[in-house]
Design a protein around this ligand. Structure first.
Ligand code: 4AD
Ligand code: MG
Length: 395
């Protein structure tokens, strides 16, 4: 019997129950919903060390014999088509519990540090990232896009409240069918006034260590259910190594990658790079052309920007993208032109640099990639209850 909090073995003894109870018990089918009365007793042989000796069973919701998910191997497409039922499995419960713990840890982390939660809009007019957009007609106001990021609004809020974060669904119309991409995913985006890129990385390593430690501390049974090697997670402690982009390219070339200076790191490059480490690592200061328009030019090497990606170990790849923001009005305007973005949509964003500009930094952590890594899942699709991918809009 399963009640959401866990499962228990239920035992009926024919001689101890009414014949009609015995008959109802015999007629139970997989996934019948029951109301059960009984006595809990200790029994070393039962899973969990306890079982329930039932005295009565009532059927609250019967279930026909053709329950689609049977105790045998099903293909993942079949399971995803039946995601509304698949969620009932113990593995899916374990993943949901770990995700829930991580979300709570995220909120606690920022609450304890006096960040203000600011909910940013999902319907937007300004484009935040380079990846694909979902567009819809918005009354007489033209095209609205589903937010790829809350960051630009987060920056306005940081100017008002100092340290803030937003945490909500974000959307990317990317035609990528990889094990890391969803078209709808949840992102946590803190933004901090007066933090530079170094402060930003310190916040990230403290944050990632905190949420991983919390999952290990409070969700060990679930991680064991998922057969996760928890000792690997226990090694995740700040500080994380910092690798300059230029050095990363040289290391990758030496390892046989055909990356050249200027390219963003591909998934294979990320795996090659993290293979030498057992904690997450930072790759810092990418070339301008590989990153978004809002990142601050690196004074030490203007071909690059003050930014970092945080790559998770065990081949999980980029879980965070972060940067110091361009706070110079003219430089930011020039980047908007260079990227051929519609300047009129960024008037308000430029205002943040016009009226009392300030050094500030922030980052975005992808929740599903983080949950996948912590749970040791082979694909992000199981890390969210109802995944949205290129070929999946139902259930
Ligand atoms: O690197 P990204 O695109 O950064 C931003 O959106 C910034 N505006 C964040 C900021 O500075 N406030 O995305 C951040 C993270 C990635 O590292 C990844 O974990 C996740 O979001 N992510 C995705 N997760 C699942 N599916 C996708 N299609 C994702 N795209 C990004
Ligand atoms: Mg990124």
């Amino acid at each position: 019997m399963r009640d959401g909090s866990g499962t228990a073995q239920v035992v009926l003894v024919k001689s101890e129950v009414d014949p009609d109870v015995w008959e109802r018990f015999g007629g139970l089918t997989q996934e019948s919903c029951i109301r059960l009365t009984g006595t809990v007793r200790e029994d070393k042989r039962s899973p969990g060390g306890f079982e329930i000796a039932a005295s009565n069973i009532e059927i609250a919701g019967s279930s026909p014999q053709d329950y689609p998910i049977q105790p045998k191997e099903h293909g993942v497409d079949f399971l995803l088509d039946h995601r509304h039922l698949w969620l009932r499995s113990s593995r899916q419960r374990a993943i949901a519990k770990v995700r829930h713990e991580i979300e709570q840890a995220i909120r606690d982390f920022f609450y304890e540090r006096d960040f203000t939660l600011v909910d940013t809009p999902i319907l937007t007019a300004a484009i935040g990232e380079r990846s694909g957009l979902f567009a819809t007609e918005y009354f007489d106001e033209g095209t609205a896009y589903l937010a790829q990021t809350g960051q630009l609004y987060g920056e306005a809020a940081a100017a008002a409240f100092g340290r803030i974060y937003c945490f909500g669904p974000t959307f990317r119309a990317e035609k990528s069918k990889t094990r890391r991409h969803l078209s709808e995913f949840w992102m946590i985006e803190p933004e901090v006034a007066f933090n530079d890129s170094e402060d930003n990385m310190r916040l990230q390593e403290e944050f990632v260590s905190y949420i991983v430690a919390r999952a290990v501390e409070r969700r060990r049974p679930e991680l064991e259910e998922l057969e996760r090697d928890v000792s690997k997670l226990e090694r995740v402690k700040a500080p994380f190594p910092r690798i300059d982009y230029g050095d990363a390219v040289k290391t990758l070339q030496a390892k046989g990658s055909n990356i050249v200076w200027g390219d963003d790191l591909g998934a294979e490059d990320e795996s090659l790079l993290v293979a030498d480490y057992d904690t997450p690592i930072f790759v810092c200061n990418y070339p301008k052309e590989a990153k978004a328009f809002y990142m601050k030019e690196n004074p030490a090497d203007p071909r690059t920007v003050l930014c970092n990606d945080c790559l998770a170990p065990e081949g999980y790849g980029e879980i965070i993208g972060g940067s110091q923001r361009e706070d110079d009005y003219d430089k930011l305007l020039a980047r908007i032109h260079e990227e051929k973005l519609p300047v009129e949509a960024y008037g308000w964003y430029l205002d943040l640099r016009k009226y009392g500009t300030f050094v500030h930094s922030g980052f975005g952590l992808g929740l599903e990639r983080t949950v996948s890594w912590v749970c040791g899942l082979p694909h992000v699709r199981e890390s969210i209850a109802f995944p949205r991918m290129m070929n999946r809009l139902r259930p």
